[in-house]
Design a protein around this ligand. Structure first.
Ligand SMILES: CC[C@H](O)CC(=O)C(=O)O
Ligand SMILES: [Mn+2]
Length: 344
């Protein structure tokens, strides 16, 4: 039987930024980007974890200037497409123009899963600039397949070449991933590819990515050693090995990916990227993976359990951009605890 071919976008140097508090240096970018290029991934995404323009007090400052990180990546990549993420409202059209001038070839425009309309200006401008344009529907576990279809069709009408289902909270099960990808695949024209971005909070990133491919996804996001927000993303080395057994051609050098994960990326982690009680709670409660380190900080500052903060955030359906709510919720939990202990 003919093998199914897919393209991998590596997010070690973008989603992985969340896991290292956006502190990768220009030298780290050079080392990791050139390794990834040799490994055979088709796209390498490089930016602050929250995309172009993300280096702010709200999201955390990057170690180095965005421009320098992108230039270092550009100089290190020969084969793969240099990719940048942009969240309208954080990144601007001007940021995208500058990124294009540095040599970015693919732009991924991310919106909350019900807000595709805010990608219109950026998407149209991306196409005008000659960029490959990818729509990225974040927190896709929060709405039905029908809603995702409506939103994906908007992105298609703005010129998207690819639309992604993004499981930002790592909250999906394989059936759901398959159902949502299949709905998009059926609704979009054949010229538009469907992609899937997983987080490993429930331990399902590989299974969900396989379900997505079986349902018609041809773009999958991975990162070395799973470096990424929450319990991390789909680990490239694991995915490449398992995909070969599943009859999927990823074009990735499997031994090389194993070596790069262990020898290059794991030593750079500031804490292990893993399923622990807090990252697991994110998948369970359906909370944005990039809230992990913010929740740890607030839990420590206010002496409360990070899981209580996350469960409350999940109940309130807090989405990306509402990072300030993490502190508010932690403070409320602390006050409630204090009131309970003084009225006993
Ligand atoms: C804050 C942007 C976010 O990290 C994008 C992403 O990778 C996701 O939603 O999973
Ligand atoms: Mn992510």
């Amino acid at each position: 039987m003919k093998k199914k071919s897919i393209q991998i976008t590596d997010v070690t140097l973008r989603d992985g930024m969340h896991a290292v508090k956006h502190q990768f240096s220009v030298d780290d970018v050079r080392e990791i980007a050139s390794k990834l290029d040799q490994l055979g991934v088709s796209h390498i995404e490089v930016t602050h974890g929250d995309g172009l323009g993300g280096s702010t007090i709200q999201y955390g400052f990057s170690k180095e200037k965005e421009e320098d990180l992108l230039k270092a990546a550009r100089e290190s990549i020969r084969r793969a497409k240099l990719t940048a993420l942009l969240l309208p409202g954080i990144g601007t059209v001007e940021d995208m123009v500058r990124a294009k001038e540095i040599g970015v070839e693919t732009i991924r425009i991310a919106t909350h899963c019900t807000e595709a309309d805010i990608s219109e200006q950026h998407m149209k401008e991306a196409k005008r600039l000659g960029l490959e344009a990818v729509g990225f529907l974040m927190m896709s576990h929060m709405v039905s397949a029908n809603v995702l279809v409506e939103e994906a069709k908007k992105m298609e009408s703005y010129g998207a070449d690819v639309v992604y289902i993004v499981d930002s909270a790592g909250a999906m099960l394989p059936e759901e991933a398959g159902e949502k990808v299949s709905a998009l695949r059926q609704a979009l024209s054949d010229e538009v590819e469907v992609g899937f971005h997983a987080h490993h909070n429930l331990g399902l990133s590989i299974a969900n990515s396989f379900a997505a491919i079986d349902a018609g996804a041809s773009r999958i996001d991975c990162s070395l050693a799973g470096l990424g927000a929450g319990a991390g993303n789909t680990p490239l080395e694991v995915f490449a090995a398992a995909a070969e057994k599943h009859g999927i051609d990823t074009g990735v050098d499997i031994y090389g990916a194993m070596d790069a994960a262990e020898d290059v990326v794991k030593p750079k982690m500031i804490r292990p990227v893993q399923i622990d009680r807090v990252s697991l709670t994110m998948g369970y409660a359906g909370v944005y993976s990039s809230f992990l380190l913010h929740a740890f900080r607030a839990a420590e500052q206010f002496g409360v359990d990070a899981r209580d903060i996350l469960v409350e955030l999940g109940k309130r359906k807090v989405v990306g951009g509402q990072e300030d709510m993490i502190v508010d919720v932690a403070l409320e939990i602390k006050k409630k605890k204090h009131t309970l202990s003084t009225t006993k």
